[in-house]
Design a binder for this molecule. Structure first.
Ligand code: NI
Length: 190
């Protein structure tokens, strides 16, 4: 296993729509294992492949690390449906260290995906798992928490975001950044 570099706000992969995984190969399983290791090391509860520079539809989740009752879950090509209810809660992101803000999410959501072994995963998620999975699937679509913040909140964070963007922008040449994109920053956000 290996720790991967977490890409920061400003890295172009974070703004791309990620590709579906076509086959669950040893490489994909290694990626899943490395993403879990990276997530735990960073004390996160979820991580999406674009956050480690890979534009692939892979997510890992463990909303209660260390709790044997709550299973760690790898979601490959996840699809969300049947979103119900609405709840506002504070959210942060490993790609935006130090940034937190209120985000409105569905209270529960149906998740369909494949797991690390290629088996079908299908289940309703609620509470923090629902929030986490919506946050991570956003990452697969190039959407970041800041996109959900109010304009006032984004304005307050402006200098912090500019600094992060400078750092993230340099990461595009990192060793595991395998999927270069054209220099189009039109979707680069605040
Ligand atoms: Ni995030």
């Amino acid at each position: 296993m290996a720790l991967l570099e977490i890409k920061k706000f400003g890295c172009p992969t974070l703004r791309r729509k990620a590709r579906p995984v076509e086959a669950i190969t040893d490489e994909v399983r290694t990626l899943v294992d490395d993403m879990f290791e990276t997530m735990y090391a960073a004390e996160g509860i979820g991580l999406a492949a674009p956050q480690v520079g890979l534009s692939l539809r892979v997510v890992v989740l463990d909303v209660s690390p260390g709790d044997p009752e709550v299973e760690a879950t790898a979601l490959i090509n996840p699809e969300l449906s049947q979103a119900e209810g609405e709840v506002v809660g504070e959210e942060g992101c490993l790609s935006l260290p130090g940034v937190v803000g209120d985000v409105n999410r569905a209270a529960q959501v149906q998740v369909d995906a494949l797991d690390r072994e290629g088996n079908v995963f299908s289940g309703m998620m609620s509470d923090i798992a629902a929030r986490a999975v919506q946050h991570e699937v956003d990452h697969l679509n190039g959407v970041l928490v800041t996109d959900h913040f109010s304009a006032i909140k984004r304005n307050l964070l402006r200098s912090q975001l500019v600094a992060l963007k400078r750092e993230g922008g340099r990461q595009r040449r990192g060793p595991i950044y395998v999927d270069p994109v054209p220099e189009d920053n039109s979707k680069a956000g605040p």
